[in-house]
Design a protein around this ligand. Structure first.
Ligand code: HGY
Ligand code: MN
Ligand code: MN
Length: 395
C-alpha cells in the first residue's frame, strides 16, 4: 500500500514531493485514498470543504454513536518528504486491516480522515481544510485566498466540485466524531523510541512582508538614485535569525517572490514570508516585532516601503490530558513530547479531544526529500495505532 502511493507527485531528480491541493498529483492521492477505502468496504465521504473521510461502520452498531477518527493529510510542502502526512493515512488503513485480521469488532465507527491543504502550500494558510471544518477560519477569507497564479480558493474549489458558498463549519460531521488521533512522523530528533505521544504544539505563525521600491535599470541607475526593495528584504532575513536567537524562538524566511525578477532589473517589489515559532507565545510575538522593526529600518534607509500582514497564527495547543494519558497507557508507557510542527490534530483540538502518535524519525529531517522513517518503526506505529483504536473504539 505504501509503495502504491510513493511515486505520486515525486520529482525524479530531487526525490521531493509536490502535492499541492487540487493539482494533478494531489488529485491522484485522493483517487488512491478512495480506492483504498473502497477495497475495504469503507464508506467514503467528502465534506463541504474538500476533506476526505472513510468510515468503518461495523455490523449492527448504533450509527448515531460518536466515532473515533484517525488519519492525517496527503498534500505536501514543495519538495517535501514521503512521510509527512501520508504515513498517518497509510497507517490508518493498515491499522484497520490489523483490527479486522484480529476479529476486533468495534462498537463505534472508526474513520480515516485526509484533510485538505494541511501544509498551506498552495493557498498560504496551513490546515485550511481542518480550519474550515472546525470554524477556525472565516469562510469568506478562505474563499479569497489565492495561489501563486492568482487563482482563488473559491475558483479552484468550484472546479473540483465544491460549492464555495457552502464551505465552513460542519456541525453535523463534527457531531459524529468523538475524538481524533493522528499518527505522524516525528519532525525533529527528540523521539529516540520507535513511538511517542504528543504533549503539545508550540505557538507558530506565518507573516507576509511586502517591500515596495522602484524598478529600474541595473546598469544605468546610480546607487544614490536607487530604491531597491531587495536591500530591505535582506536586512529582514538576517534580522530573523538574530531575533530568533535573542528570543529563543525559531524564524525562517523560506519563500520570496521578486518582481519582476530580471537579472538586470532592480526589483520594483519583493514579497517575503516569515515562519516563526517557539514555546512561549509572547517570545514569538517579540521575534516578529523585532524583525518588523529591522525591515522598517532597512526600508527607511533605501526609500522603500514595507507592509506586514499576519497570514495565520496558532496559539499553543495542549492536547487533551485524559486522551493523551489514555493513549500513553494503552501503549504501555511511551515518551511524551512537544512538537514544533503544526497539525490538523492541533486545529481540531478546539472542537474535540485529539491526540497524536509519533513515529521515530532517525535523522529528524522533514519538509525535505530525505525525510525518512525505518520500516520497523513504521510497523510499530501501525501496531500502536491499532492498539489505540481498539482501546478507544471498543467498550
Ligand atoms: O508547518 C508545519 O508545521 C506542518 O508541517 N504543517
Ligand atoms: Mn508538514
Ligand atoms: Mn504533516
Amino acid at each position: 500500500m505504501w509503495a502504491s502511493l510513493l511515486p505520486v507527485g515525486r520529482d525524479p531528480e530531487s526525490g521531493g514531493y509536490r502535492r499541492f491541493v487540487w493539482t494533478a498529483p494531489e488529485l491522484e492521492c485522493r483517487a488512491w485514498f478512495l480506492d483504498e477505502a473502497r477495497r475495504r468496504d469503507l464508506e467514503v465521504e467528502r465534506d463541504r470543504n474538500g476533506n476526505l473521510f472513510a468510515w468503518w461502520y461495523p455490523e449492527g452498531i448504533d450509527p448515531s454513536v460518536k466515532g473515533v477518527l484517525t488519519g492525517s493529510h496527503l498534500d505536501s510542502v514543495p519538495g517535501g518528504g514521503a512521510f509527512d502526512g501520508p504515513l498517518g493515512v497509510v497507517s490508518a488503513f493498515a491499522a484497520i486491516d490489523l483490527l479486522r485480521e484480529r476479529r476486533v469488532r468495534p462498537d463505534r465507527p472508526i474513520g480515516i480522515g485526509a484533510f485538505a491543504e494541511e501544509e498551506g502550500a498552495r493557498f498560504g494558510v496551513a490546515c485550511l481544510g481542518s480550519r474550515l471544518l472546525s470554524g477556525a477560519i472565516d469562510p469568506g477569507r478562505a474563499r479569497g485566498l489565492t495561489d501563486g497564479d492568482g487563482r482563488s480558493f473559491a475558483e479552484v474549489a468550484a472546479e473540483n466540485g465544491i460549492d464555495p458558498d457552502t464551505i465552513g463549519p460542519d456541525e453535523e460531521l463534527l457531531g459524529r466524531i468523538g475524538c481524533y488521533v493522528e499518527l505522524h512522523v516525528e519532525q525533529g530528533r527528540a523521539l529516540t523510541d520507535p513511538v511517542g505521544v504528543a504533549s503539545s504544539i508550540v505557538p507558530h505563525g506565518r507573516w507576509r512582508f511586502d517591500f515596495a521600491g522602484e524598478g529600474n535599470h541595473a546598469g544605468t541607475t546610480r546607487l544614490a538614485d536607487r530604491r531597491d526593495p531587495m536591500l530591505a528584504f535582506a536586512r529582514m532575513v538576517l534580522a530573523a535569525r538574530e531575533a530568533a536567537e535573542r528570543n529563543e524562538t525559531v524564524a525562517t524566511v523560506g519563500k520570496v517572490h521578486v518582481t519582476p525578477g530580471g537579472v538586470n532589473a532592480i526589483p520594483s517589489s519583493v514579497a517575503a514570508w516569515l515562519d516563526s515559532r517557539g514555546p512561549v507565545d509572547d517570545a514569538v510575538r517579540r521575534t516578529v516585532a523585532e524583525i518588523h522593526e529591522a525591515a522598517r529600518a532597512g526600508a527607511g534607509a533605501h526609500g522603500v516601503t514595507v507592509d506586514l500582514a499576519e497570514e495565520s497564527y496558532t496559539e499553543v495547543v495542549d492536547f487533551n490530558l485524559d486522551l493523551r494519558d489514555r493513549v500513553v497507557k494503552a501503549l504501555g508507557g511511551v515518551p511524551v513530547l512537544p512538537t514544533g510542527a503544526g497539525h490538523d490534530a492541533g486545529i481540531l483540538a478546539s472542537r474535540m479531544p485529539t491526540a497524536m502518535v509519533f513515529v521515530r524519525n532517525p535523522t529528524g529531517v522533514s519538509h525535505a526529500p530525505s525525510e525518512f522513517a525505518e520500516e520497523d518503526d513504521c510497523l510499530a506505529g501501525v501496531e500502536a495505532l491499532a492498539t489505540v483504536l481498539n482501546d478507544l473504539a471498543c467498550g
